[in-house]
Design a protein around this ligand. Structure first.
Ligand SMILES: [Fe+2]
Length: 285
């Protein structure tokens, strides 16, 4: 039996990073929720204790970077068991991870690597998402990747792959709007059309993060403020999907906590305008 989320966050949340955790514990700022990378807390007992304290104040979501649903070699079950222990302790609102692979045999690669979209890879990902959901006892949210290459042997589009994954596993989706901007630019597709092709009912969470322009590519660095094209697409997404729990991601070149909170407030204001105007996205921006 898969349990539903504990409670839906009211306002936009922020990624909880170790550089801000003491300030958040001390000042308890207004934030809709906090999202963590569990791998950063499992190996840090002090941070784990602070996280437990914060879980009594804020809804928490777990955004895993070490569950590699796209790896042909299978899921690391001992890591999955550690995530389950954290789930039982924190009772997160969401548990999510990427449509990517990051392990090969016993090696962990510190990157989220792309996979081809065909029947063979779909079968692999379905098996692993089912395994993750069974082990965690709840739905898993799968995030669309930031892409820089496309495989010559792709047999369907990413949106079709994700839709089929939802249909076959009952998983839900984490739509990273900034990743759609990045991938659309790098692979030359229309980000709005991409959102139109996602199964709206399956979108449980939205990410917004900063990216960086390098030569002709956009790179998903999480090291900058959210750019205007991502805000514009976010307004379109809220009109397309309806209001969804939104999370501000920032992982590198960390700014003051106040900057993250201001980005979260901006998302809330934009989301409320879109809701009121009912899909008049351009006006809401
Ligand atoms: Fe993301």
């Amino acid at each position: 039996m898969r349990t539903p989320p504990r409670r839906t966050p009211a306002g936009a949340g922020i990624g909880l990073r170790l550089s801000h955790i003491a300030e958040i514990v001390a000042t308890r700022p207004q934030a809709g929720w906090l999202e963590i990378h569990p791998e950063n807390f499992l190996a840090n007992p002090h941070a784990f204790e602070l996280l437990t304290e914060l879980s009594h104040i804020y809804p928490i979501s777990l955004h895993t970077v070490g569950i590699s649903v796209g790896s042909a070699g299978g899921i690391n079950r001992s890591h999955l068991a550690r995530i389950r222990t954290l789930v039982d302790r924190i009772d997160p609102v969401f548990v999510s991870g990427h449509l990517a692979w990051s392990t090969y045999k016993s090696e962990y690669l510190n990157d989220l690597l792309p996979l081809p979209f065909n029947m063979e890879s779909l079968r692999v990902v379905i098996t692993h998402v089912n395994e993750v959901q069974d082990a965690l006892g709840r739905s898993y949210l799968v995030e669309n990747p930031a892409s820089y290459v496309a495989f010559a042997n792709n047999r369907c589009r990413e949106t079709e792959f994700l839709s089929e994954l939802v249909l076959r596993t009952g998983c839900r989706l984490l739509c990273d709007v900034s990743n759609v901007v990045v991938s659309g630019h790098n692979l030359r597709y229309d980000p709005h059309e991409y959102l139109d092709c996602l199964p709206s009912d399956a979108i449980a969470e939205v990410h917004l993060g900063g990216y960086t322009a390098e030569e002709e590519y956009l790179i998903d660095t999480h090291a900058a403020a959210i750019a205007d094209p991502a805000w514009e697409l976010y307004a379109y997404a809220m009109g397309r999907f309806g209001p969804r729990p939104t999370l501000i991601e920032w992982d590198n070149e960390m700014p003051p906590l106040a900057t993250l909170l201001a980005e979260a407030r901006r998302a809330d204001v934009l989301k409320s305008k879109v809701t009121r105007l009912e899909v008049r996205c351009a006006d809401a921006c």
